[in-house]
Every structure is written in C-alpha cells, then in structure tokens.
Design a protein around this ligand. Structure first.
Ligand code: 4AD
Ligand code: MG
Length: 434
C-alpha cells in the first residue's frame, strides 16, 4: 500500500478525516520514544501531526527503521487519525504501517545555532517553521502585486538584466566582462520600462536589481527583487495615489487571508487592516524641520540615513511619503520642480516603525534638452544612453513611475529584524553562498 505514495494525502485533510485509514507523507519534524511507543511529529506543506508508532502494532523492521531514522527523514505512514484534544493540532495518528523513504545522515541543524551557521546551511534552514512562513508570505506578496497591477490595466514586461546603462546616483554596480566589453548587472529596470510605455502605456517589470553598495545594514541586499511600474501621462500626485493603493492592497490582503502567518510573527492583523489610503505626505523640507525638532542636526541638502528614517516613522502606523527632494541627492532623470528649482518632482515611501524606504518614485524628464543638460551635469557617458535619449525624440510624453523593494515590504509586513529572512538565499556583502 505504501508504494502507492501518489495516493497519500495532505496532513491537513488527515487531521479532519472521519476514522477511515489514511496515508500521509512528509518529513520527521520531532520524535521521542517512551514505553514501547514512538511519538513522531510529521510535517508536510499543509500541517503537522503527531503519529504514534506502537512496537506491538508494527513489524520489527518498521520499528527499527523508525527508531534509527534521523530528524528530517522523509516518511510515508498509513493509519487512523483519532481526535485528541491534548495532541497538537487536535488529532493524532495511530500508525498501522510506515516506510522511511530516506533517512540519510544526521541533520546538522539542532536547537540552538548561531545566525551565521544558519546562513551557511540556508539550503536546509529553509525547512524551518520560520522560513517556511516567511517564504509563503513572499509568494503571496508577489501574487498580490501582480494581481493589483493586472486589475489596474498594467502589462508585465521583462527587462534585460545585463546592461550598459545605469540609473541611480550613489548606487554602484557589479561589473561584468561581456566578451571583452564592460557591462553591468542592472541596478534598476526603469529605463527599459520607460521605453515600453510608448506602446503599452502602463507597464511593470518585476525582476532582480543588483546593488554593489557596501552597506552592512539590516535592510540592504546586493540582489533584491524590484517591482517597477511605469506609466504614461502620470504626474507625481497620481503616482503617489497608485502607490498607496498598491501597498494597501498588499497589506490588507495578507491580513484578511493569512492571519495565521501574522500570528506566527506576532503581527497584529488589525494593524495591517488599517493600512489604507491616504498616506501622510510631507515635503523633504518639512522632514528636515521635524528631524531638527527631534534633536537631529540635519541641514537642507543632507540625505536621510537609517537613524533619521527611524525618527521620522517610529510613531507612524501607516507608511508616509516624503516628496520633492533636493536635486543633488536624487537621480538624473527626475525633473526640476518649477515651484522650487532646488528640488525635483519625486517621492519616497517610508514604511512605519523605522523599517525604512520601501518605494522610490518620480516624474521623469521627458523633454530632450532638459535631459541632455542634466545628464551632462552629472557626467554620464552619453554613448551608453543613446537609446534612452532617443525616447525623447519621437512622441515623448510626460510620465512617471516607481520602484518598490519587495523584501523591504515583506520585512515591514512581518516585522522582521533583518531583510535576509524575506528572501530564500540572501546575497549580502559577505555572503554569496549557498
Ligand atoms: O530608490 P531606488 O534606488 O530607486 C530606483 O532604483 C528607481 N529607478 C525606481 C523606479 O523609479 N523605477 O530603489 C527603489 C527601491 C527602494 O525604495 C527600496 O525599497 C529598494 O528599491 N532597494 C533595496 N532593497 C533591498 N536592498 C537594497 N540594497 C536596495 N536598494 C533599494
Ligand atoms: Mg531611493
């Protein structure tokens, strides 16, 4: 019977079965033995269940196999599930037949391990309850993002990740030897998304971005997943409205559909249900004032670091926008604010409680002369950007877009201490393996 493992069902179904024999398959999560019985907790994708293996009721070979099986062995079991209030999950299985599919070697992860070791064995640690829940969340957040943009008339586009054109100030890029030519891993797909609005009008790319920043913080990855919508005929105000709707959709959908996950991370469902538009909007100038009132010594023109972001959002329950930043600390493609030419028409979204910037956004310079002037000012090699400059020569239109760091959003939604647990195989400055 156990050979027919294709007939095995999910543990979640077994837990509610009505006394008939069921077959489950999964991995040994915990086990202990006492008085001729082994109590084995088996997990699969859907649930965990305690299985009782009684020496008197299984064969000698089965008993021995179970006795010597290591944690994380794969296993198939047949038996009857009995309701039992005391059991975790409210039911347990009396095992009639079992087979260890693979026992292999002793699992290297035991109860207390250093974070560094857990990163070394990340390929195994992804089986932990914490990471299972975090990766489940990641999958949902990806889905919500695509669903929202789909419903709002966007097309998904796929940009190249190898490029010669960068976009962001300050962010350094990983260089690649492209058959003797100098190329880079992309730090943003925005410039390519811009090229696509002239046909599809509202587009988004959802792809990795690479940052060779030597930032050793709890919110920087060197490879992260970047959601970048770009829209024809949008200005800063309309852009912000779209962003708050998207972020609200992600937070409230997770709260409504997956309260169990939130509980596992001690996140209050109601806190996420409150994430609804409108979000507070303050100018950069106002942000500097607030910071100085709170005792920070900041001058107009300074960029904001982790500590300033925390000071600005520690008391906030919802994300906030900080808009119209000084031109010098923002990227070349942002247009000057006609009402204050020291600033550009842009907005960053900051997550509450100090989780930091989750979105960078702006209008884009759409007039040729203005773009060329600005590119020269910041000494870009125009040769690598000819195609981007071209976009301002044929039917250019006002447009805007934004980039959302999906791991930053997950870090905030689950209140994670470190961004590394928002991605299965984090790339950090000191880690590129496994
Ligand atoms: O603010 P950034 O650098 O903006 C851009 O790249 C624009 N081209 C986006 C656009 O308008 N299409 O990055 C956007 C977002 C940040 O707000 C942050 O959420 C995330 O990308 N991000 C990172 N996430 C993880 N690790 C890093 N090192 C990140 N750098 C940026
Ligand atoms: Mg930014």
């Amino acid at each position: 019977m156990l050979d027919y493992y294709v007939n095995a069902g999910p543990i979640a179904d077994a837990l509610t079965s009505g006394g008939e024999a069921v077959i489950i398959r999964g991995w040994i999560h915990r086990k202990r033995s006492s008085g001729g019985k082994q109590f084995v907790i088996v997990r699969d994708r859907t649930a965990t269940i305690q299985c009782i293996v009684d020496k008197a009721k299984v064969s000698d070979a089965e008993w021995k196999a179970m006795d010597s099986a290591y944690l994380e062995s794969s296993i198939i079991l047949r038996g009857i599930v009995r309701k039992d209030e005391r059991a975790p999950g409210g039911a347990e299985m009396d095992v009639a037949e079992l087979r260890i599919v693979h026992s292999g070697e002793q699992f290297p992860i035991t109860e207390y391990q250093s974070p560094e070791f857990l990163l070394d064995v990340r390929h195994l640690w992804v089986r932990s309850q914490r990471l299972i829940k975090a990766m489940e969340t990641r999958s949902y957040v990806f889905r919500y993002a695509r669903k929202f943009l789909d419903k709002n008339g966007f097309y998904e586009i796929t940009p190249p990740l190898l490029t010669k054109a960068g976009g962001e100030t300050g962010a350094s890029m990983f260089e690649v030897d492209y058959f003797g030519q100098k190329a880079y891993l992309t730090e943003s797909s925005q410039l390519y998304a811009e090229a696509m609005i002239y046909s599809l009008e509202k587009v988004y790319s959802f792809a990795p971005s690479y940052r060779a920043e030597k930032s050793r913080t709890t919110k920087h990855l060197t490879e992260y997943w970047h959601l970048e919508p770009e829209m024809a005929y949008f200005n800063n105000a309309k852009n912000m409205k779209l962003q708050e709707k998207l972020v609200s959709y992600m937070a409230t959908s997770l709260a409504k559909e997956h309260e169990d996950i939130l509980q596992a991370f001690s996140v209050n469902k109601d806190d996420l249900l409150k994430i609804r538009p409108p979000f507070k909007r303050i100018t950069y100038e106002k942000a500097i004032d607030i910071l100085n009132q709170k005792g920070a010594k900041k001058q107009w023109g300074d960029d904001l670091g982790v500590e300033e972001e925390r000071m600005l959002t520690a008391e906030e329950d919802k994300p906030i926008f900080i808009y119209n930043w000084p031109k010098e600390i923002k990227a070349f493609y942002m247009p000057v604010n006609p009402k204050d030419p020291r600033t550009v028409l842009c907005a960053d979204m900051q997550a509450p409680h100090g989780h930091g910037e989750i979105i960078g956004s702006s209008e884009r310079i759409w007039k040729l002369d203005e773009l060329l002037e600005r590119m020269k000012e910041v000494h870009l090699n125009l040769e690598n950007y000819q195609w981007y400059i071209d976009l301002r020569k044929y039917g250019s239109v006002p447009h805007a877009g934004f980039g959302l760091g999906i791991e930053r959003v997950i870090k905030w939604l689950l209140n994670l201490d470190h961004i590394r647990d928002a991605i299965p195989f984090p790339r950090l400055i000191n880690r590129i393996s496994p």
